[in-house]
Design a protein. Structure first.
Length: 215
């Protein structure tokens, strides 16, 4: 095995280390919070427009003797799903870091273990032996849905996966589930951080230079 091949193998293995998952979780959460803070300003106008539309729809239904009335919500909802998607990935990274921290044999130099390829946050928490509280289960299921398709695409892979599902804004109830989402991330992140040697000194990159032959 030459030096370059050995270096590539070592680099791939080091990228699977618990600290790598922690740092990735940090970056994803930081980006998610930027979006959440920006979008919060649209909550009031949206819910005011929602109430007005609901009243119009009720009035229309009764006025025409119909079983239902329809009225457009004349405001856009806060664009939270992209941030929720990033939070789902951040939680996923924290849980995968916990898995590797307790099961270092999963790290290899050729292929990522199947235990580290899932987006199912409930399953990952189970693999990590990390407690999920009852109120967190529905939030983690929604985040998993967002990470698989609802936070990225307008449609699921199959009709059965798409049918009967709430729209992406509703999955975390237009942001009302954010406190639970944040608390779970913090718990998982702290649990992973506690398993790492202190201080954590891998927040900066490095430059590798190979000496040219003959020099």
């Amino acid at each position: 095995m030459n030096d370059l091949d050995r270096f590539a193998r070592d680099l791939f293995k080091s990228a699977q280390a618990p600290v790598s998952w922690l740092l990735s979780a940090e970056r994803l959460q930081d980006a998610a919070e930027v979006i959440l803070r920006h979008e919060q300003q649209f909550e009031v106008s949206y819910f005011q427009a929602y109430e007005e539309a609901q009243q119009k729809a009720v009035a229309e239904a009764y006025a025409d003797g119909q079983t239902a009335g329809v009225a457009e919500i004349e405001a856009r909802p806060p664009n939270y799903p992209p941030a929720q998607l990033l939070y789902a990935f951040a939680i996923e990274n924290a849980l995968k870091g916990l898995i590797v921290a307790s099961k270092p044999h999963l790290i290899n130099d050729e292929k990522l273990s199947r235990a580290l390829t899932s987006h199912d946050l409930i399953a990952l928490a189970r693999e990590a032996e990390f407690t999920v509280h009852r109120e967190e289960e529905v939030v983690l299921k929604a985040l998993s849905e967002l990470s698989v398709w609802a936070g990225r695409y307008p449609v699921a892979r199959t009709r059965s996966e798409h049918e009967g599902k709430p729209n992406s804004d509703e999955l975390l109830d237009y942001g009302s589930a954010h406190p639970v989402m944040r608390r779970f991330f913090d718990r998982a992140y702290r649990a992973l951080e506690d398993k790492l040697p202190k201080p954590i000194e891998s927040r900066f990159g490095a430059v590798v230079v190979f000496r040219q032959p003959g020099l």
